[in-house]
Structures are given as structure tokens and as C-alpha cells.
Design a protein around this ligand. Structure first.
Ligand SMILES: Cc1cc2nc3c(=O)[nH]c(=O)nc-3n(C[C@H](O)[C@H](O)[C@H](O)COP(=O)(O)OP(=O)(O)OC[C@H]3O[C@@H](n4cnc5c(N)ncnc54)[C@H](O)[C@@H]3O)c2cc1C
Length: 407
């Protein structure tokens, strides 16, 4: 499988902040986290902050998989609208899931402000969710009303209001309620905090066999060592689905371009985050140095041997997708004259049937899962880490019910 391809902006804009050694002896730990992407790093942060003896291993380099390909828009709205989620799990639960996701942005902001050495590119942002199809007017209006009813700071727009250069028939404008960040830097910063608090991290260390016993779990690594843990947290991203017998996620490959810095972002109000309602949708954000990141053009993955699952680095499909994204944004922003792609990359992207993640145990009480599939993967990872910490401490949070397996 090639989970990511191309020239990823987040890892190419700097040197690797820290290299961790591989595991070269047998160890014991209270908690072992499998996977050092943003999800595993958030778990590592919370568990170590709570003085729990925690070790993390990653089979590759920290943050080099889905995390390095993430657009990293922090948005509480999900792959499915609140009206759609309400249809699947009821209004009370839909509002609860949206609220938990929204609160997670504040938690990330607080972690960065209070505990980390860098602000990790975190910026609060407005978000425009729009359609250019006039027949969706009622649907957008009702979605906006439902969000207002549950306390979200949103406004309904009927046209582009001279704020945007592209065609808008209806839109929901979320005021200051979303954010953006650098997921790779955040992962490294979270690990650094955890290590300072006593945690251990090993790269190039693959857990190949996870054997649950009565009161512990034994994990064998590919290079022949043994880890004995009281609990294991599986935070292996899209590879996590291999541990689960049911089909819990529908995978696609999503393509992204990052432009060169833009001098005058005319027709892009407030440099806000932007998402349309097409399928697949397009999403746009800015960076601290005024670049535009544009994602979308998803293609279904197909089976394990399919071309999309194993996409080659230089395959022409990718270049066609990057070109198409660049053309689309040039059309949306005709007054921005210096829109020019600098980076292009792709990554696996997953959606669940109800837009919610899978968090909790599956078939063994000592093996926890934190699988934040969906366009809010980072926020799901954040609240997943907190819910698992409570579970570890013996106080199962009632919200866990929403995210359990076989729901
Ligand atoms: C193109 C794209 C755009 C996205 N946009 C957004 C967005 O705007 N907002 C948002 O919130 N989310 C977004 N996401 C989703 C988000 O990026 C992911 O949910 C998140 O990065 C997943 O992080 P992770 O740590 O779970 O997985 P990963 O980053 O994939 O990390 C898993 C790690 O586990 C390791 N691993 C696997 N198996 C083993 C093993 N057996 N032993 C040891 N280690 C192992 C891997 O090497 C890997 O480093 C996007 C994703 C993509 C691909």
C-alpha cells in the first residue's frame, strides 16, 4: 500500500525536528501506543501528562503517513451535514457529536498555548460552506437553522456578498469557529512534551504481533523484541482497519496542492477556510505564509491490489489531479494572479457510515482503538485520546457510546 505519495508540504518545509531510535531490547510499560501520527501523539501527550508510564512505537518515521498529507482544517462540521447525522443517530446525539468536535478545537488551542514550545501554525479562522446550485437553498437554510438552534455561531448567506469572487447560491458562514494548524509540527511537539514528562518513543519499530493475555498484552516487534503492556492503544490510522473484522471505513485517495505564497489574496474574504458541497468536495485553507492549500478530487481506492491503493509516486493520474485542482481555484479566484502550485501530494482518506470515528475497545478489554476516520480526523484524535484516558482511569465516559464498534 502507498498511503501517501508526492511532495508533502509539511515535511518538506523543514528538517525532521527529532529522530528517535528503534527499540533494541525487551521492555515493560503500562501503556503502549502503536502509531506515531497525530492521533498516537495526542494519546501520548495526554497519558504522559497524567503521569502514566507510556511508550509509543511507529514502524516508520514519526508523522510521515496520513498526518503528513493532512490539510488540517479544524472544523466541527462532518462529512455528513447535521441534518444527515440527525437522521442516522437522532438530534440529541448529532448535536452532541458536533459539540464534542467543536470543543476539541479549544482543547487543541489550550494544549498549544499552555504546554508546547511552538504555536504549530495554529490560527483561528472563519469557514465558508457553500453551494453554487440554487436548488439547495432550502437544504442549506435548514442546516443553518439546526446549527443555530444548537448554539453554533453561523450565518446564512444567499450570495457572495462581494466578499468572494466565485458563484455562491447559498452558504453557511461559521464565524471564528474553525481553525488551521501544522499537523506534523504538532505531532513532534506533543511527543517532545510527553518525553519530557517521562514517556518513551521508538521509530522504525513495527508491532507485528499483538497477543492479549488475562491482565496484559504482549507485543512482538519486527526486529525481534518483546513489549509487555497493561493496555495497548491502536492508533495506526488507516492500517487500523486491518484489526477489525467488519468493514468500518470506505477509503478513497484525496489529492492536495499547496501554492507558492500569494501577494494579494483578492476575492478571498478573511482568508477563511472554504468547503463546497460537491461530491467529492473541494476544501481550501491558507497558511501562515499566505499559501493556499487546496484538496479534493478524491478517487475510490478499490481492493488491496488496485492501482489507487498502490499509486506510484510519479503516476500521471496524480499530475492530472493537481492540474485540475489548480485550474479550479484559478477559476474561483480570477483576481489572484500569482496562484501557482508548488507542492502536490495525495493520501488515503476514509469515511464512516455516520461520519463518526471509532473509539474504544473491540474484542479485548486491554486493547483500545483510536481510529479517527473522516475529514475531522485530527479533532476525533484529540477527543478520542481524552476519552481513552478516562477509560484507562476506570471512568467510562457516556459519550463513548456514540463511537463504539458495532454501533
Ligand atoms: C488528504 C488528506 C486531507 C485531510 N484533511 C483533514 C483536515 O482538513 N482536517 C482534519 O481534521 N483531518 C484531515 N485529514 C485526516 C487526518 O489527517 C487524519 O485523520 C490523521 O492524520 C490520521 O492520523 P493518525 O495518526 O491516525 O494516522 P497516521 O498519520 O497515518 O499515523 C499512523 C501511524 O501508525 C504507524 N503504524 C501503522 N502500523 C503500525 C504498526 N504495526 N506498528 C507501529 N506503527 C504502525 C504508521 O507508520 C503511521 O505513522 C486529512 C487526511 C488526508 C489524507
Amino acid at each position: 500500500m502507498n498511503i501517501v505519495t508526492g511532495d508533502r508540504y509539511w515535511i518538506n518545509r523543514r528538517e525532521i525536528p527529532k529522530r528517535y531510535s528503534y527499540l533494541h531490547k525487551d521492555i515493560k510499560t503500562d501503556v503502549l501506543i502503536l502509531g506515531g501520527g497525530i492521533t498516537g501523539s495526542l494519546c501520548f501527550y495526554y497519558f504522559n501528562k497524567n503521569k502514566i508510564d507510556t511508550t509509543l512505537i511507529d514502524k516508520n518515521i514519526i508523522g510521515y503517513m496520513a498526518t503528513s498529507a493532512s490539510t488540517s482544517i479544524l472544523d466541527y462540521s462532518m462529512d455528513i451535514n447535521m441534518i444527515g447525522v440527525r437522521g442516522l443517530i437522532g438530534e440529541k446525539n448529532a448535536a452532541k457529536a458536533f459539540r464534542l468536535t467543536r470543543e476539541s478545537i479549544d482543547h487543541i488551542e489550550k494544549i498549544i498555548r499552555d504546554d508546547l514550545n511552538s504555536h504549530c501554525g495554529f490560527m483561528k479562522k472563519d469557514l465558508l460552506y457553500y453551494t453554487d446550485n440554487k436548488s439547495y437553498y432550502n437544504m442549506f437554510n435548514k442546516e443553518c437553522d439546526l446549527r443555530k438552534k444548537h448554539g453554533f455561531n453561523v450565518e446564512f448567506l444567499e450570495d457572495n456578498g462581494n466578499k468572494f469572487d466565485f458563484n455562491i447560491k447559498s452558504a453557511i458562514y461559521c464565524k471564528d469557529d474553525t481553525a488551521v494548524l501544522d499537523p506534523y509540527e504538532l505531532s513532534h511537539e506533543l511527543l517532545a512534551y510527553g518525553v519530557k514528562s517521562g514517556g518513551r518513543v521508538f521509530e522504525n519499530t513495527q508491532g507485528i504481533h499483538v497477543k492479549p493475555l488475562k491482565n496484559k498484552v504482549i507485543i512482538h516487534t519486527k526486529n525481534g523484541f518483546k513489549i509487555e503492556a497493561k493496555k495497548v492503544i491502536v492508533a495506526t490510522g488507516y492500517e487500523g482497519r486491518d484489526h477489525i473484522r467488519e468493514r468500518i471505513v470506505r477509503l478513497a485517495r484525496s489529492f492536495t496542492i499547496v501554492t507558492k505564497p500569494i501577494k494579494n489574496p483578492e476575492g478571498w474574504y478573511n482568508l477563511c477556510n472554504i468547503r463546497d458541497d460537491n461530491n467529492p468536495y473541494i476544501y481550501i485553507r491558507s497558511t501562515e505564509d499566505n499559501r493556499m492549500i487546496v484538496g479534493g478530487e478524491d478517487l475510490a481506492l478499490g481492493g488491496i491490489r488496485s492501482k489507487m491503493t498502490n499509486l506510484k509516486q510519479e503516476d500521471k493520474v496524480s499530475f492530472m489531479k493537481y492540474e485540475s485542482l489548480e485550474k479550479k481555484v484559478k477559476k474561483m479566484f480570477p483576481r489572484i494572479k500569482d496562484l501557482q502550485m508548488e507542492y502536490g501530494f495525495s493520501g488515503f482518506f476514509g469515511e464512516t457510515k455516520d461520519g463518526l470515528p471509532y473509539i474504544g475497545t473491540y474484542d479485548d478489554p486491554n486493547i483500545y482503538y483510536c481510529l479517527g476516520y473522516g475529514s475531522n480526523g485530527i479533532l476525533y484524535g484529540e477527543f478520542g485520546a481524552r476519552l481513552l484516558l478516562e477509560l484507562y482511569k476506570g471512568k467510562e465516559n457516556p459519550h463513548m457510546e456514540l463511537f463504539r464498534f458495532r454501533r
